[in-house]
Design a protein around this ligand. Structure first.
Ligand SMILES: NC(=O)c1ccc[n+]([C@@H]2O[C@H](COP(=O)([O-])OP(=O)(O)OC[C@H]3O[C@@H](n4cnc5c(N)ncnc54)[C@H](OP(=O)(O)O)[C@@H]3O)[C@@H](O)[C@H]2O)c1
Length: 284
């Protein structure tokens, strides 16, 4: 039976991928560094293995017998040579045949992005791969921005009037599962966006209607945004990545809509309204 190892299993995409894989005829294994957190998120029926990207002692047993690897880069890991190459070498050595990697939209145009470097390293190793290049996740709104929306009724980010073609992580996971269990995805790269591009004014309007309470979009200057996020205890590295992403949207570079999700899933991507309805408990 096909054995699939899922990294980032406690995160946005990984836990959804595991949930979907459970209805397929394969052996799913969650790669984790924190079993207690895993049990809370995934329940107790999932087969788990201890795995840490930066602890080589965990790699051999995690990769044993694995045919396919679902690879998520932890957002804090930017040094590909130090934090990724060794673990990918171990995957190759263990005989992993196919990697489905969560990259980022536009990775092919920016050689300096860690995602782009990881794509190239996987190709260099000669492991067959499928690269998923998603746009900005809707689920950032119930994680990073949850408290602003819930407590202060505010969407606070510096994207001006720029549009974003948000993707729902559930669509990304559905594509990932197809790439893992179906034939025909080796050597492919998919650009994955939602079906609509929205400004944050429009997003705030959807939140206001669905939650039945006013949510305002406040768009501070870049400096004020950085200062406010610092005040909330976020690390400067993380804030700078956020600032870069939101500036891309402000400059009008994040609104492209690409049909890959619909072509791959045979249905349109989920909308922002559907997402807010399904996740409303996060903000009430
Ligand atoms: N957010 C977006 O809008 C967006 C858009 C496009 C692409 N992406 C890319 O998608 C990827 C995932 O981002 P995300 O924000 O959704 O993160 P995430 O998957 O929700 O969280 C990161 C996951 O990595 C795990 N992890 C962290 N350090 C680890 C380690 N040393 N060993 C093993 N596992 C470790 C975490 O496990 P613990 O529970 O143990 O911490 C968690 O499950 C990133 O590469 C990001 O650049 C994100």
């Amino acid at each position: 039976m096909l054995k699939i190892l899922v990294t980032g299993a406690t995160g946005n995409i990984g836990c959804e991928v595991i949930r979907l894989l459970l209805s397929h005829d394969c052996h799913v294994c969650a790669a984790l560094r924190n079993p207690d957190k895993a049990q809370q998120i995934l329940g107790s029926n999932i087969h788990c293995v201890w795995f840490d990207f930066i602890n080589p002692d965990t790699w051999a047993s995690a990769f044993e017998g694995v045919n396919k690897l679902f690879l998520v880069r932890p957002p804090a890991f930017a040094n590909v040579k130090r934090q990724f190459a060794p673990v990918l070498n171990a995957a190759k050595l263990a005989g992993v045949e196919h990697i489905v990697f969560v990259s980022i939209l536009g990775a092919e145009h920016n050689r300096f992005l860690p995602h782009s470097q990881i794509e190239r390293y996987i190709n260099q190793l000669g492991i067959k791969a499928t690269f998923l290049r998603p746009s900005f996740f809707m689920q950032n709104l119930n994680t990073i921005h949850r408290e602003d929306i819930k407590v202060r009724g505010e969407l606070l980010l510096p994207s001006g009037n720029g549009k974003t073609s948000f993707i729902d992580v559930r669509d990304l996971a559905a594509v990932a599962v197809r790439a893992l269990v179906e034939d025909g995805h080796l050597g492919k790269a998919y650009a994955l966006t939602g079906r609509e591009a929205l400004t944050y004014y429009e997003v705030a309007e959807i939140f206001t209607e669905v939650l039945g309470k006013p949510i305002r979009y406040t768009h501070p200057s870049l400096l004020k945004f950085i200062w406010q996020m610092r005040d909330r205890g976020l690390s400067l590295d993380f804030i700078l990545v956020m600032a870069a992403i939101y500036t891309t949207a402000r400059l009008g570079l994040a609104g492209g809509i690409i049909p890959d999700v619909e072509q791959l899933l045979g249905r349109p991507p989920l909308t922002m309204r559907q997402y807010v309805e399904d996740y409303r408990k996060f903000w009430l």
